[in-house]
Write a protein that binds this ligand. Structure first.
Ligand code: HEC
Ligand code: HEC
Length: 338
């Protein structure tokens, strides 16, 4: 009850409460009229309605009066046991914070073993387990669907997680790092530097890369602008760069739209997609399950540098995941994303 920074308000509430309860009790007692003696008749109180509806001076039925007493006693007992009287904490020491903490504790004791059972297994193996997929899906609906969609297919600005087109890499380690530590795509606003004409030219060059409709003259002029202004991040071949999440511009997959208008807007204003970090809120075990779920949606792939026998190489990679080191490594490789 830190809101009560002076004892005044605490006493104000205590006095109000006690006076109301005592006042109600006094009032109840004052309403106790004497019982009618046997044979005595209740008197008419001179109030008549609708001709024949009369008020008598019968005492209130005792079951009814007793209900009132029960509520008063309940209130008094409650206020002794629980917080309610100003800053008095109640003799049970109950708090809603304490109750919340206790419930969280119970839930942890109950569910942690369920979530933890997959911790020791590599992501690829967890992704193949039906039970883990179901748990992953429920977690995904709760924590991820509002941005990526219930089907994980994404939307403008929110990447599709079901295809093989990845901003930051589709191997288990990269996916886990995306989820655990978050991502921040930084596409700088280059409109001012390029000028309106230059922006149009480079936008048409970008369109040409995926075989979309474009103006060939503008695109040719745009190539040189691309090489000097864009290749550092999107790559000389424009296939993107996972270390900073720069998208592949040669496929037909667009995060922000592939029309000339959308591309010009991207170049003019820049883009800053933010994937919020989840590790702190969800913990290792849930992040591991979510990684496996996303991995298993169809886009999961072996680590690019891995030798040609991914099935055998997998457990080693998974062990690193379980130790929680993968996220840190993958993150260290993406300093530009800050
Ligand atoms: C507030 C919206 C939001 C929420 C919630 C969110 N994401 Fe994201 N996520 C994004 C955005 C935006 C990006 C792309 C970041 C960028 O553009 O650089 C992203 C990127 C990703 C990536 C990398 C994709 C790639 O192509 O490399 C993965 C994996 C991912 N999210 C998984 C998840 C999972 C799993 C959850 C639930 C725990 C989740 N996200 C919750 C917005 C969100
Ligand atoms: C500093 C690195 C950097 C530079 C330089 C850069 N980009 Fe980007 N670009 C990115 C990143 C990162 C994203 C993804 C932004 C996000 O995830 O929100 C992006 C996104 C885009 C997109 C959106 C792609 C989609 O799928 O919707 C286009 C188009 C694009 N860039 C074109 C260009 C062009 C053209 C230039 C040069 C004029 C350029 N970029 C320069 C890093 C860069």
């Amino acid at each position: 009850m830190q809101e009560f920074d002076t004892p005044f308000w605490s006493w104000y509430i205590i006095i109000l409460t006690v006076v109301s309860i005592a006042g109600t009790a006094l009032f109840l007692m004052s309403q106790r009229t004497r019982r009618l003696a046997p044979g005595e008749k209740a008197q008419e109180m001179e109030h008549r309605w609708d001709g024949d509806l009369v008020e008598l001076n019968n005492p209130l039925p005792s079951w009814w009066v007793n209900l009132f007493w029960i509520t008063l006693i309940f209130a008094a007992v409650y206020l002794v046991l629980y917080p309610g009287l100003g800053s008095f904490k109640g003799i049970l020491g109950w708090t809603s914070f304490g109750e919340h903490a206790r419930e969280m504790e119970n839930a942890k004791a109950k569910y942690d073993p369920v979530f933890n059972q997959f911790m020791g297994q590599p992501v690829e193996q967890v992704a193949a387990s039906g039970e883990a997929r179901e748990m992953g899906q429920r977690l995904f609906y709760t924590y991820c669907a509002q941005c990526h969609g219930t089907d994980a297919a994404g939307a403008t600005g929110f990447p599709n997680l079901t295809d093989k087109d990845w901003l930051y890499g589709g191997d288990a380690e990269s996916i886990k790092s995306s989820i655990a530590n978050g991502r921040m795509g930084v596409m700088p606003a280059l409109g001012a530097a390029l000028g309106e004409e230059g922006t149009k030219q480079v936008a048409n060059y970008v369109l040409s890369l995926s075989g979309a409709n474009h103006d060939a003259g503008l695109a040719t002029a745009g190539k040189a602008l691309y090489d000097t202004n864009c290749a550092a991040c999107h790559g000389a071949d424009a296939k993107g760069m996972a270390a900073m999440g720069a998208p592949n511009l040669t496929d037909k997959v667009w995060l922000y739209g592939g029309s000339e208008k959308a591309i010009v807007e991207t170049i003019n204003k820049g883009r800053n997609g933010v994937m919020p970090a989840q590790l702190q809120a969800l913990g290792e075990a849930k992040v591991h399950l979510l990684t496996a779920y996303v991995y298993g949606l169809g886009g999961g792939m072996a680590k690019p540098e891995a030798p040609a026998m991914p099935a055998e190489a997998a457990p080693v990679e998974g062990a690193a995941d379980a130790a929680g080191t993968s996220a840190a490594q993958a993150d260290a490789s993406a300093p530009a994303a800050q």
